[in-house]
Ligand binder design. Sequence first.
Ligand code: PLP
Length: 405
Amino acid sequence: AELWQDVPLAPPDSIFKLTAAYKVDPYPKKVNLGVGAYRDDDSKPWVLPVVKKATAKLLNDDTLDHEYLPILGLPEYTVAAAKLILGPESPALKEERAVSVQTISGTGANHLGALFLARFYKFNGPARIYLSNPTWANHRAIFRNVGIEPAEYPYYDPKTIGLDFDGFIGSLKDAPSRSAFLLHACAHNPTGVDPTPEQWDAIADVMLEKQHYAFFDCAYQGFASGDLDKDAWAVRRFVDRGVALLVCQSFAKNAGLYGERVGALHVVSGDKSTAERVRSQLSVLQRSEISNPPAHGARLVSLILNDPTLFAEWKQDIQTMSGRIIAMRKELYRLLTEEYKTPGNWDHILNQIGMFSFTGLNPEQAKAMVERAHVYMTGNGRISMAGLNSHNVSYFAESLDKVVR
Ligand code: PLP
């Protein structure tokens, strides 16, 4: 008998399935709003000009070779990455109590962080992580893979198409003390709904009171508001207030380096000697998982973060991307409210942040968008704003209008 007889067929990834259906659709006005990657005004992938410059510099650098990086990654990269997310004046950096590990982009950071928790976190009861409902689909699988059971906390309120703040706070209060909560640092995926600074402070209050652990996932720093510091606000605030935490960082979106897999995990401890022990264990885990991380992407990001001219240019490029997305939000809002006078309230289109937006469409309406209008979007009503541009936004608004009427 066949050895793998009993291996069940797994369902295809829903986003990849959507993209495949989009590709074979011959309809000329088709629109792909499933993708989680930036596209320019002509729906093309965009290589950041600063990345082109940094690549050229690397090509001309005769001192580089293809030797292994250290287990924890390229030091000039991890140091600069930590400063970027925690802030150059962070007490955690000054007191040398943050440990930074270069990872396989944000996914790898989530995995290593989860694995570290599975090994060393003193869960109060069964190993469990509280995830926002909804969240990035991969979170569940990443934690299950290391034996941590995903649980949910209320996050999105379909009635207001906004944050279910009371539900969120209630869940923080009801969870056993020392529970681990995964928090999206900014530009929540898939809803585009973030807490306000006041709400973040109230969340920190309860987390401190209940000694919860904050597992921050930060995949969109700079991409959300266009401002790297603003998008790191919640993480820095939690560090300042002494909430126990780690941060997963990705340069996939904000540097357009999706396929290069450049990320980092930063674990903030209470003191330097604890951080040393944490570092030693992260090193052991990393060694058995990937031995050492890949060099090219880390070299690129290191150049960009450590060279003031390149860093300034990168900020410009981030503005280009976030600016185009914000402009699309404004144009979509204008079309729906002024041009088509579409029934309902569309303020959330403006209020949400980052690449993704929950339109408020129900699964039937989302299905109708795909089947009738050839607008490819997920059943939960999420669209990628990056898929909209000056050529298709009007067709999208018109299709949306027809579906909700
Ligand atoms: N976390 C969230 C919330 C994301 O949306 C993503 C990407 O879509 C990631 C992590 C990880 O992405 P990557 O592994 O490409 O850095």
